[in-house]
Design a protein around this ligand. Sequence first.
Ligand code: CAA
Length: 295
Amino acid sequence: MAEIKRVGVLGCGLMGSGIAQVAATAGYETIVRDVSQQVWDKARAGIERSLAKFVEKGKLAAGDRDATLKRLRFTTTTADLKGCDIVVEAVTEDLELKNSLWRELDALTGPSAIFASNTSSLTIAAMAAATKRGDRFVGLHFFNPVPLMPLVEVVRTVTTSEETFKRAFAFAKSLGKEPVAAKDNSGFIVNLLLVPYLLDAIRAVERGVGSVPDVDKAMQLGCGYPMGPLTLLDFVGLDTTYKIAEIMFAEYREHRYAPPPLLKRMVLAGMNGRKSGKGFYDYSSDPPRVVDLGV
Ligand code: CAA
């Protein structure tokens, strides 16, 4: 099996920057592509903050933090990823955008390079089919916050070769993660179960079953979840959840994946959760305040 030395990451939003961080920390030369220096600057600052926390807690030596940062490079040119042994894509949930990047890279990268998508809801088959490397295409689905969440779903589609699946699984382990194998169905394992739960929490608020903080408190204290569902929605991003729900609803045509009207209204208003400063909670104060949604 060809050794993985260089890792490419497409997109350095919340997920892409986390993936780049764990790859560089694990010792891989890592190159990240995004559209502008402004986006990288934000990603690099987030990575530095996260690494600083690990150093502070004694989980990472200061020298290893410096070496990690040296292994990270940023670019706006997709072609700069051509020497990578694996490319992990974490751009927005837009199939056309993802496939235009995959097509460009497919023509440039070496025959043994693996393509891996971190998609939350699209099928891997829909991307693999846009390239000539269906046998070297997998899903590698990480969880937010990537440096802390141990799970990676390793997704094999109908064309993925056994060797590619094994290499991708070993790669996830080399990042210090716990991989599980998942079938290429929209949402894989986690989002198949998590997304209807999150959408049902919004429906519960819409129907007045409980207030936002009470729904959160109920699930935290009643079920031992680290965050209530509405806090988690703000954390994942309401715009991201809306896109995921639309894709899963189109795939399964089941009501439980349909985005509730309240979610749509909040996204239309730019209330995308923590990243925009406001969602179910307003993050301009500490602790965050509950937002009056008029429901
Ligand atoms: N890097 C390094 N350290 C971090 C960090 C980061 N990115 N984020 C938080 N930390 C640290 C904090 O500084 C804190 O350190 P101290 O204990 O020293 O203070 C520690 O981690 C714990 O954080 P917090 O005190 O802020 O809060 P917490 O105890 O609630 O833990 C959490 C935070 C790990 C995020 C926890 O709340 C949790 O597990 N939440 C659920 C997350 C989840 O469900 N993620 C999946 C989302 S779904 C998804 O990602 C898939 C998809 O496709 C949509």
